[in-house]
Design a protein around this ligand. Sequence first.
Ligand SMILES: [Zn+2]
Length: 208
Amino acid sequence: MNLIFLGPPGAGKGTLAARVVEILHIPHISTGAIFRTAIAAQSPLGKKVKAIIDDGKLVDDATTIALVRERLMQTDTHAGYILDGFPRTIAQAEALAEFSAVDKVINFDLPDSAVLERLSGRRVCKNCGLNYHVIFNKPAQDGVCDSCGGQVYTRVDDREEAIAKRLAVYREQTEPLIGFYRDKGLLVDVDASPSVEKVVENFKAVIA
Ligand SMILES: [Zn+2]
């Protein structure tokens, strides 16, 4: 089954994808991982991506499409895949349609207020990178990592103003994609507010 996962930051797409990988035995393909692999392999496209990222720019559509296309030709995608972070634009969605038939686009949605609550409560250990949450997953001692004793702090990215900005960019970018796939009858909405277990259950129901 060929799937695309959409969802705002904080919807838990990474966690959900890991669960779906176990259930459907298909690979989770994120553009971030594709870029890192290409850079590590020092392929011609990889060198190009490295130069773009080093420059602080966004990887252009043509390069991203070429890399995703290459990735989807690998044999582990025969039973399907989960695409995450791609497509981001209508141009990318149209290009994808030319080399792969998408079965369903899962829109893991979360209201803005919930995104804000989840992300602004996120804390991370400065030393080992372990994640915490002020409501859902507190360290035993305030501000101290359970695992290594390092300082637990709020990343700049997780401050409220930064979250609001990321969310606005996401909504603006994704709205056209949602319309694009809804028109094709491929979009299914799954509420990402409940527990991971419940969201996975709802996911199973919509793909059955
Ligand atoms: Zn730590």
